[in-house]
Design a protein around this ligand. Sequence first.
Ligand code: ADQ
Length: 470
Amino acid sequence: MSRLIIVSNRVAPISEGGPAAGGLAVGVYDALKETGGMWFGWSGDVLASGQPQIQLEERGPVTFATIGLVRRDYDQYYRGFSNATLWPAFHYRADLIQYDRHDFEGYWRVNEWLAQQLVPLLREDDVIWVHDYHLIPFAQALRAQGVKNRIGFFLHIPFPASQVLLAVPPHRLLVEALCSFDLLGFQTEPDLRAFCDYVVNEAHGEVEHAAKGPSTIRAFERTLRAAAYPIGIYPDEIAQLAKAGARGKLVRTMKATLHERKLIMSVDRLDYSKGLVERFRAFERLLDHAPAYRNNVSFVQIAPPTRADMHAYQDIRLQLEGESGRINGRFAELDWTPIRYIHRQYERQVLAALFRESHVGYVTPLRDGMNLVAKEYVSAQDPDDPGVLVLSCFAGAAQELEGALIVNPIDIDGMAEALATGLAMPAAERRARYRDMIAQLRENNVSVWRDNFLRDLQGGGEKRRAMRAK
Ligand code: ADQ
């Protein structure tokens, strides 16, 4: 079996019991333990001076290889092009795109430098799996240094429609660089379609769809394959966590403060893509239009700040503080705060237990590659008395979770109606919807995601050689 090399912007902190965070970290770490291999990426350190040195840490069959970034590289590669240009563009926020040529050069330079650091650690038959938008030029940079290994790429965020991607000045270089991979994985079919549309209409390449398995892409004098691989979780593990967490003191105390009121629950990183302002306003609309819910329902939004050194993130934080203050000022009573808006991280067990205690999971991003919170919410439910998921049609998860109440996050009235429907839904309907969704989550768990991607990446080699021989 080939050794697996995972490359991602950040290497997840792994404790003795495994990764603390969900999704990518859990799925990928399992595969690394099985095949042996290495996880390579930025350590999270920003160095004020000096030359970053690669740190190797062996943990059983897995080597963690991490390296710091100097301040200028952090500013240009991470804060700049990755998060001020690509993140808003790929989340359809053309209004928030900032572009600076020097940042783009820094992004490219850091990718080349990271690739250079990895090359001496590689073996001939390693399979390399690169993750996410920070590392689009990575395969091209490896190829330029003579690396012939199979290299796959998985994009965790949406791939935008061509007309939005065209707003990123070096769009062509980005797509050309993507074509240096052997296999591209997207979260959903619409993302794959958006990529193929660019290939055909902007790059004048060809796309050949297969009845089963990845499509073949010919563009920029390369042949590669691309498919949708929706990322999953381990639903039964979340269910266990939720049950155990519900017995914990924190969750019991929190429940006591509800005084039997119904609970609407949201958990997100504090990001403008997550639709929090619209979500707050829809909750306000519910209280406006259905006064019976006043003092009868509480909305808890947990949203720890991320990328707090960027303006767009400071702006959204201020806006949300304003909105929650305004709405609470309008409706709060001496014994009831309608929105509890909390800026901190909680353990996975606590979050899972809160999901289980809530009547509605309120997950309404304006755009999201997948959204694992939606999947975790469903998994955490009590099968006999499950809550209702209100889910944005623009989350990748909406392609799979048909048992959710699907809403358009721009439609404030529509979301308020969905909240009311969810809060009043009879148990039989809740159970039927839950059964549908949990079956889907079990069928496409995170090991299925990982195995499907790696199978296609490994299988791609022979097909590539056969195509070359023709
Ligand atoms: P994210 O944008 O981070 O991920 P999401 O998938 O919802 O979005 O969450 C990632 C994880 O963080 C979840 O496991 C969640 O429980 C956890 N988390 C969120 N808030 C937390 C909090 N307050 N405390 C503790 N844990 C918290 C990106 C893409 C997504 C895609 C994933 C995986 O933007 O669309 O689903 O990658 O591919």
